[in-house]
Design a protein around this ligand. Structure first.
Ligand code: F6P
Length: 320
């Protein structure tokens, strides 16, 4: 392989820069030209790219977001867009492409593989909803952001005998809400994967209120309900003074945790190794602490990774 390219696509997350850096440095170290494509697939279609040198990635590992920038690109859903993207890569002499992104971006990578582009994906999405990998890039940083915010909230909530409903990201997967509930000692986690009984929740909050508990925290994944909707119900039925915090895009940014810097670096090197070994249509994955390569077809076929039952059980066991 003489030349390869790297792009970040879809929602950004912390740790993407570490992954780009590893792809660039490991590639250059193996005598491969590396092209950095700006703004994801949109930049590929619009021919917006730069040749990377070693210092292109200096001082990036500690920064959140993606210095290559990202975008959601509708043209990649159409055959003409895919053809153009593949032709642009061929025109550039690119013999391997690393795509760093979430479910939609990996679907784009699979479609490009179908057009003959040697491609390897790196799972990156704070939702932790990508199948066949224990963790995606960005999850750990997002979780730490949430935990920090909720720890702050608990101080003020308990000073005022308040309930707080905290809305996390997670359209189809409640991982962030459940993991944060465990880590923050929240009372409930409402998630898209599991029906919840708001009456039972209100009754148990009522009991807590009567027992004189100083605060109650409910985590709500955005795909399960809106924080305001749940807060209104609690306020009306329980009498708890209830406030909300919608964490939104705050969760996606900020200094990457050590875990995400190392995971991004490992994923980046593994992706280049996969391309050097002639593998294509693959995604690098973390399984039981080790790295492996799985088929993109299988990842896409499995759809959304939902929360593990063991995590859910742990959260439920500790909700009192
Ligand atoms: O997929 C990652 C994610 O952060 C989701 O949790 C969230 O629903 C979505 O992206 C938000 O997308 P956007 O940044 O385009 O508003």
């Amino acid at each position: 392989m003489k030349r390869m390219a790297v792009l970040t696509s879809g929602g950004d997350c912390s740790g993407m820069n570490a992954a780009i850096r590893a792809v660039v440095r490991y590639g250059l170290g193996h005598g491969i030209d590396v092209i950095g494509i700006q703004k994801g697939y949109q930049g590929l279609i619009d021919r917006h790219y730069d040749k990377m040198v070693s210092h292109s990635v200096s001082n990036t590992i500690q920064r959140g977001g993606t210095f290559l920038q990202s975008a959601r690109c509708l043209e990649m859903h159409e055959d003409a867009g895919l053809e153009l993207a593949a032709a642009n890569l061929r025109g550039l002499g690119v013999q391997g492409l690393v795509v760093i992104g979430g479910g939609g971006s990996l679907r784009g990578a699979q479609a490009l593989a179908g057009k003959g582009v040697p491609v390897v994906g790196i799972p990156a999405s704070i939702d932790n909803d990508i199948p066949l990998t224990d963790m995606s890039l960005g999850v750990d940083t997002a979780l730490n952001n949430i935990v920090h915010a909720v720890d702050c909230l608990k101080d003020t909530a308990s000073s005022h005998d308040r309930a707080f409903v905290v809305e996390t990201m997670g359209r189809d997967c409640g991982y962030l809400a459940v993991a944060a509930a465990i880590a923050c000692g929240a009372e409930y986690a409402l998630i898209p994967e599991k029906a919840y009984d708001i009456e039972a929740i209100c009754e148990s909050l009522q009991r807590r209120y009567r027992e004189g508990r100083s605060n109650s925290i409910l985590m709500v994944a955005e795909g399960a309900a809106s924080a305001q909707e749940i807060a209104d119900i609690i306020h009306d039925r329980v009498g708890y003074e209830t406030r909300i915090m919608v964490l939104g895009h705050y969760q996606r940014g900020g200094t990457p945790t050590t875990f995400d810097r190392i995971l991004g670096s490992r994923f980046g090197v593994e992706a280049v190794e996969a391309l050097l070994a002639g593998e294509q249509g693959k995604m690098v994955a973390l399984r039981a602490g080790g790295l492996t390569r799985v088929s993109l077809d299988e990842v896409i076929e499995q759809g959304i990774r939902t929360i593990d039952n063991s995590m859910l059980r742990l959260a439920e066991t500790l909700e009192l």
